[in-house]
Design a protein around this ligand. Sequence first.
Ligand code: NDP
Ligand code: GDR
Length: 344
Amino acid sequence: MARRALITGITGQDGSYLAEHLLEQGYQVWGLVRGQANPRKSRISRLVHDLRFIEGDLLDQSSLIGAIDRAQPDEVYNLGAISYVPMSWQQAELTGEVTGLGVLRMLEAIRTVSGVSSQGRSASSGTIRFYQASSSEMFGKVVETPQSETTTFHPRSPYGVAKAYGHYITCNYRESFGMYAVSGILFNHESPRRGMEFVTRKISHTVAKIKLGMATELKLGNLDARRDWGFAGDYVGAMHLMLQQDEPTDYVVGTGIMHSVRDAVRIAFDAVGLDWHDYVVVDKEFVRPAEVETLCADPSRARRELGWQPRLKFEELMTMMVESDLAQLTRAQKYDELSPHADW
Ligand code: NDP
Ligand code: GDR
């Protein structure tokens, strides 16, 4: 019988790549979708075929119990979150509820449905394996470089704080109840499916618009911020591998190489033969109340124990994103010309 996986956050960037990866491995894949008529559900249905959907919300305990009961998964991947860091200052409480307490609710749903006793490790630990999408944002104001599984956390945003809660509660359920529950501490990963609000996609999309004469400038915040950026399509393989190990273990996943926002801008403009100095404007609106200046992974445990390695280099990734946005915008332009009521 096919193994079964339940993914929360199925409509997001990572949800789509992970679903594709698991379907390729022969899994039956279920996705949790929230909202009455979530428009992103039809987008993911067009992108990834053979998905099964269950309605539910990380804010609603009973819906998660119902989802586990219905999907009867072997593996649960908790990718659902409010994931845009600036939004976490505007909606700090909601971020705590979804990104932090949502993890507890999912662990409780698994514990309840699989009959794991609350009396401690001696009882059955259940068979459902759980993956939590932890984040390098937990390191925040870094105390050492590069960051590994043993580096101390100092989150700098309500998002980072909520992720740290999700990380520790996952570890706690593993230690308290013997559940197979692990966290992947993933560094930034991007793709043509990345949300427009994140800096790499904002850059690739605006550069493509400038090239096509649809925009004249690119407004950004801190150009000096440095990140360890990789390709999302590579990172979902690490998530899957983490649930196939004999012992549940947390892993750092990244490339070990840093670039600045300025580097990303330069590579993107180079890809279309333009000079970034002519178009980039620094705008205080995009500067954060507390910034994470640098993040760089030490992914040696993942390389050694999972045999995982990133394939795509940052230059290739940014260029691919610009080319994808150029192609998409060109198609949309043609469609608009052919159909005067295209946006109705
Ligand atoms: P996205 O922002 O693209 O996707 C977030 C997903 O969470 C969406 O599917 C969204 O669904 C869902 N969601 C939001 N609120 C709820 C809720 N109340 N109940 C259930 N689902 C909800 O994120 P990514 O795909 O980029 O990231 C996946 C996960 O990995 C996130 O947890 C993120 O924090 C984490 N992460 C991401 C990294 C990255 O670089 N991409 C790095 C490290 C960690 P909807 O369509 O309903 O809005
Ligand atoms: P991040 O990603 O906050 O690292 O979180 P984002 O792409 O939003 O920012 C990266 C860096 O770029 C700087 N920056 C800008 N960022 C945005 N969004 N818009 C701008 O105009 C801009 N100008 C400069 C930021 O200040 C920051 O330093 C992502 C999310 O996917 C999280 O969910 C995930 O946990 C982490 O990556 C790892």
